[in-house]
Design a protein around this ligand. Structure first.
Ligand code: HEC
Length: 144
């Protein structure tokens, strides 16, 4: 009877002791908290953000702008008002409409376009547009 109790106790002790030593010895089971390891774990989250919708921060949507970015953006977003002059919008490449506005220069017009003015909504409604994209768009819409 005593022997069977000792065997039972030994078995119990071993069943606790063996897994404990085995896991403690396995360093790779615990993720190291090095900057590299942390960065690795964060990478997939960054990737998801970059593919996300309009809520993604601009810095993460930093796709390279092609030479036609201004034209593409104008047609997609700005033409709806600037093609016919909705609400007094200066019309596409219309010298008379743009004459006085161009006095402030491209950067001055960019600053106004970002802030919005009268019936012109901030960023012309293109909230995800970078300053560079808006600048290329304005360069495309003003008279040559
Ligand atoms: C909802 C209509 C609307 C849309 C969309 C719109 N605009 Fe405008 N925009 C206006 C109106 C109206 C004005 C004239 C504002 C004023 O002088 O009161 C204007 C003026 C401007 C000006 C001249 C600012 C100045 O120096 O006086 C620029 C530049 C401009 N828009 C750029 C853009 C760009 C770029 C886009 C697209 C990304 C865009 N707009 C989209 C209505 C619009």
């Amino acid at each position: 009877m005593k022997d069977s109790i000792r065997i039972l106790l030994t078995t119990l002790l071993l069943s606790i002791a063996i897994p404990t030593t085995v896991f403690a010895g396995c360093g790779h089971l615990a993720e190291p908290m090095t900057p590299d390891a942390i960065a690795k774990r964060l990478t997939p989250i960054g990737k998801v953000d970059a593919e996300g919708g309009s809520q993604a921060p601009v810095a993460l949507v930093s796709e390279a702008l092609g030479p036609n970015a201004g034209e593409d953006r104008y047609k997609a977003t700005c033409a709806v008002c600037h093609e016919t002059g909705v609400g007094g919008a200066p019309k596409f490449r219309n010298a008379a409409d743009w004459k006085t506005r161009m006095d402030v220069g491209i950067d001055g017009m960019l600053a106004i376009a970002i802030k919005g003015k009268g019936a012109m909504p901030p960023k012309g409604t293109c909230m995800q547009c970078s300053d560079q994209e808006l600048k290329m768009t304005i360069e495309y819409m003003i008279p040559k």
